[in-house]
Design a protein around this ligand. Sequence first.
Ligand code: AHG
Ligand code: MN
Ligand code: MN
Length: 361
Amino acid sequence: MPLTGRRTLTQYLIEQRRRFPEASGDFNALILDVAMACKAIAREVAFGALGDVLGNHAAEAGGSVNVQGEAQKKLDVLSNDYFLRITEWGGHLAGMASEELEAPHQIPPQHPRGKYLLAFDPLDGSSNIDVNVSVGSIFSVLRAPATDGRDVTEADFLQPGTQQVAAGYALYGPTTMLVLTVGNGVAGFTLNPNLGEFMLTHPHLTVPEDTQEFAINASNSRFWEAPVKRYVDECLAGKTGPRGKDFNMRWIASMVAEAHRILMRGGVFLYPRDTKDASKPGRLRLLYEANPIGFIMEQAGGRASTGRAPVLGVQPASLHQRVGLVFGSKNEVERIERYHAEPFQKSLDNPLFRERSLFRA
Ligand code: AHG
Ligand code: MN
Ligand code: MN
């Protein structure tokens, strides 16, 4: 144990690597580069208005929108640049995919190309930047198909979440934290701002199986599908309803912050498929939001689902594909899946049927 009394992220990674004596160290170096990008972003976030980083990105004064059609914040663009610049030189990556870039990012010719792919949301919850509420970065590491140094294509990234080698997020809250899975449980690190090091503070994060707390954007309720309406109605009915217990509700509008709360004390998060916009099967993006958070949840003993099936099993069809997402305490996620699987969903809109459904197990 070092003088600080805690293990660093570097030590944790080295100890994990000892499970694979043949490992080259590329993977660890990549994760340390990602952690460096997160530390750089944390500093920018912390300076806020003093660092002139709040507000929308100017792009020749007209503002800018990303491939999702969303207005880009200055910090979205800055964070994306940190991820690209700090991870592209090391020789560990064959290419990258980002929420902020329409096409995959190619490793510049002056740098060697490596065997991993990195997909990331450089800043999640960016609508919260200007109001000083927690935001974060989310990342997913995949193995690159044999590319022989060629440019990467969209198809290279279209791997189901079960193929992830590692996933994690950084949370820029009252403290900066890094939460990581390398497929062997979930560990949480807190940034020691004096040392500039991530210290292992949460070695074995687990999500309790049961909860009395849910998170959903209720302003979308008129667009929800019947199973989601039923689930939320039953939570709201509390002690007097079929669940027989009261529920609490939260909505931060930073998925990464909700995921963190759920890792700390349980809960369930829903951004389900709805009927708001038929062209969008959900709000959140599969490759760099749902899959990494899903991997972390499953590794912590929780569950992540589209509402119908495990999200990690979804075969992606495009880089920026959206998906319905439900994750958190296992028993709640399974209940929501059960509601989706039950027949006569439509009839639940019928108050008579709903009455009867209340008396089901
Ligand atoms: P991003 O800032 O990367 O675009 O993602 C925001 C996402 C997610 O973090 C959050 O849960 C959700 O959008 C909030 O959606 P609403 O605005 O519908 O609440
Ligand atoms: Mn996001
Ligand atoms: Mn984002």
